[in-house]
Design a binder for this molecule. Structure first.
Ligand SMILES: [Mg+2]
Length: 205
């Protein structure tokens, strides 16, 4: 029998909220009068990583993206456009609500200040998490070991009693290497099956 689960760590993107990056790049391209290929090429440089590490603030990120695209997009318009590719995954929310009453939930996300500012009021379920570990606040990103260790420290649990879910195989492997019990998230239905097997002591929503 596996040890009882004492905390659960969740990724954000493509788990709690879906993000269609190709759509984002298409929309930014259209606004800048560029082809989607050209916009994608320009935007997949170091800026994304710098934003995830908190090395640029909200205004630095807006300016950086605008400079790369060769267009000036005003604040309010940029704020909406930059997050226009998100779709919540409400099928997971009742489960998160129910689990939050049983074990600490920790969010572990590679993200930037503007995406969280846009998402947080639209995802009240995030308020049920004990800790939101956001890469741009901590200055660490997945798959860095220290970022996972920080999640364990905040959860106050040992790796073998902590579950981790992420859509990225690379990040799941990093968690497994640390001794966490980790699983690639694809959809809520198969996640529920995994939970029933791996953590039968917990009640789902
Ligand atoms: Mg993700």
């Amino acid at each position: 029998m596996p040890l009882p689960v004492r905390a659960i760590v969740f990724d954000l993107g493509n788990v709690i909220v879906f993000h269609d990056n190709a759509l984002l790049f298409r929309r930014l391209a259209e606004r800048a009068g560029l082809s989607p290929q050209e916009a994608t090429l320009r935007l997949t440089g170091p800026l994304w990583n710098q934003a995830n590490r908190g090395q640029v603030d909200a205004e630095g990120l807006r300016q950086g993206v605008c400079n790369l695209l060769g267009v000036d997009i005003p604040d309010a318009e940029f704020f909406e456009l930059w997050s226009s590719h998100f779709t919540p995954n409400p099928s997971l929310f009742p489960h998160l609500e129910t689990l939050a009453g049983q074990v600490p939930l920790v969010l572990l996300s590679n993200t930037n200040v503007l995406h969280i500012a846009w998402l947080r009021p639209r995802l009240p379920v995030l308020e049920r998490f004990r800790h939101l570990l956001l890469s741009y606040e901590v200055g660490l990103v997945k798959p860095e070991r220290a970022f996972f260790e920080e999640a364990l420290r905040r959860a106050g649990t040992r790796p073998e009693e902590t579950l981790f879910f992420d859509d990225m195989r690379e990040y799941v492997d990093a968690a497994l290497a640390l001794g966490m019990r980790a699983h690639v998230f694809t959809d809520t239905e198969s996640w529920v099956e995994f939970m029933r097997r791996e953590a039968p002591e917990l009640t789902l929503g």
